[in-house]
Structures are given as C-alpha cells and as structure tokens.
Design a protein around this ligand. Structure first.
Ligand code: PAF
Length: 297
C-alpha cells in the first residue's frame, strides 16, 4: 500500500516536495501552517509549471500509513511538533528537513516513540509569492535515521524511496549527523555573510571574504570535533567554495529572510556553533561576530 506523504508548511522546500510527489503520482497532502496560505504553484527549472492540489483542510489524525515531512525552520519546529504529536500514532514516520541544528533534540522530546528521520538537501527554491515557489537549482538529499530514535531496515528503505519521489536523488547516510554538520558548515559560512553584505552566494568569491570563510570553517570543525564529529578543515572549506560556485547566482535563504523581514535561522546555524562552543570551552570569535551581526539586523 502506498504511503500518503503529508508535508507541513508553505515554505519553498515543502513546495518542492509537493511538486515531486505530484509528478511521481504519489498521494500527498500539503498542510499550511495556521494563518498561512497554501502553496498552489511550483515553477520548475525547465519552465514547466506544476499546479498543486488544494489542501484537504479536514483536521484529521494521521495513520501508520502516512509519512510526515516537516520542512519547517527549526524556530517553528517546537510549536509544530507540540501540535502534531496529538495527531500522530507512534508508528507514523516523521522526517525533519531544515537548515541548521536542533531538530533532533526537539523530536526526541516531543516524538520519543515515532520513527524519526533527519534529512538535508542542497536543492534550491525560493518563494515568489505567498502561493508560488520557483525551483532555482538542482541538488541532492541526504537521509538517515535520527540517532535519538529507533527505526528498522525495511521502513528505512521505504522512507528513502518515498523521499526519492519527493526530493530526490536521495542518498541514505548511516552517518547522517556528519552530513548535517557538513551542511551546517556551509550555512555558517554562506548565509550570514551574504545576508549582511546583500550579495548573491557568488559574491563570496571576492578575495575580501576568504579569510572570514576560512575562520568560520576552522571554528566549525573544532566544535564538531569536540562533539565527536570528524570534519576536516580543508575538505569543509573546499565544500563551502564548491557550494558557492554551484549556487553563485542564488540569494541564500537567510538573505531572503532578511529582505522579507522574516525570522532567520541564525539560532540553529551560527547560534548553534556559539552555544556548543561555550559548552565545550572553545573560542569561536568569527561565528560569534556573524551571529551577533545578524541578531542586530
Ligand atoms: O540556505 C540556503 O540557501 C542553502 O542552504 C545554501 C546551500 C546556502 C544555498 O543557498
């Protein structure tokens, strides 16, 4: 029996997941956040447009045969999980998909018995209106089970297949935490710097940013190591520049949040590094500077 994919929110990545579900004839429901408008249109890279199904707003509970994808900001996660835990049997699988860190701990608190998966994606999308998004760059998605939860092999394969239809290609990662830390380093370097300087990602190729990017990468690797995640500074710096080059024309999500006066994800990105560094007694002056500068905006 095919699972129904339930996607929370009206964000750009949620919209991409819905378009993927629709194009692969996978049953799905989009659940806009209370008070927000449902997405109805996704413009694809080839110019084709996908009209999304209007949401079935009946406030019904999910079943074991539902999958819940949560592509919300980590700052929106606590409220969402507190609401949704009453609508989920403990067997419903949940996938958290957000920039930055902190979701795993919230899911451990509010959904301790569900099979919970963590994902990170490099696909690019942006909101062009309250109801529309535009796909801006092809990427890939890493998926793994949350180290705080128990998931079983047959379910893992099925969830990877469902996710592949929505926002593939999907790579299963037994070390999903390492993948999340790698993405965290990318976001720590690109997001605040482009938002503060009002430039597209490619603007960071200018020589004036090299020193700051190198310092961010070094600090993130030091904190990761203290948290028992092995990241190598040169590999991470190369990864950051690789993403900058691949997404040179895009304005990152934090830049879009700042321009549109929305809450940014800084707490889960550089804020997470600053917090972990404090716990471990590590000095992270560059991340602290960027964190404070974004908070001041
Ligand atoms: O946050 C974003 O926009 C993206 O994660 C990334 C990789 C920085 C590309 O813009």
């Amino acid at each position: 029996m095919t699972m129904t994919v339930n996607i929370l929110g009206s964000g750009a990545i949620g919209g991409l997941c819905a378009a993927g579900a629709q194009l692969s004839a996978t049953p799905y429901r989009l659940w806009p956040r209370p008070g927000s408008t449902a997405l109805n249109n996704v413009a694809l890279l080839n110019g084709q447009s996908v009209s999304l199904e209007p949401p079935d707003c009946a406030d019904k509970a999910l079943t074991a045969n539902d999958l819940l994808i949560v592509p919300l900001k980590v700052t929106q996660l606590k409220e969402a999980l507190k609401t949704w835990r009453h609508k989920l049997p403990a067997s419903t699988a949940v996938i958290l998909l957000h920039n930055g860190m902190g979701g795993m701990e919230l899911a451990a608190k509010y959904l301790p018995d569900n099979p919970v998966f963590l994902a990170t994606t490099s696909h690019g999308a942006l909101k062009t209106s309250a109801t529309s998004i535009r796909y801006t760059g092809k990427g890939e998605t890493m998926l793994g089970s949350s180290p705080c939860h128990t998931t079983r092999a047959p379910l893992n394969t099925h969830i990877a297949e469902m996710m592949n239809r929505c926002i593939g290609p999907v790579t299963w990662r037994d070390d999903i935490e390492t993948a999340l830390w790698q993405k965290l380093a990318v976001n720590c370097a690109i997001n605040p710097l482009t938002a503060l300087n009002n430039i597209p990602n490619g603007g960071l190729l200018a020589a004036q940013y090299a020193e700051t990017i190198a310092a961010v990468c070094e600090e993130v690797c030091a904190v990761a190591r203290a948290c028992k995640i092995e990241l190598e500074v040169n590999t991470i710096t190369d990864l950051v520049f690789n993403v900058i080059e691949r997404t040179a024309e895009n304005f990152c999500s934090m830049h879009q949040d700042v321009i549109n006066k929305r809450t940014t994800e800084i707490e889960g990105i550089n804020g997470y590094i600053v917090k972990q560094a404090k716990k471990k007694g590590i000095d992270v002056p560059t991340n602290t500077l960027l964190y404070k500068a974004i908070k001041t905006l």
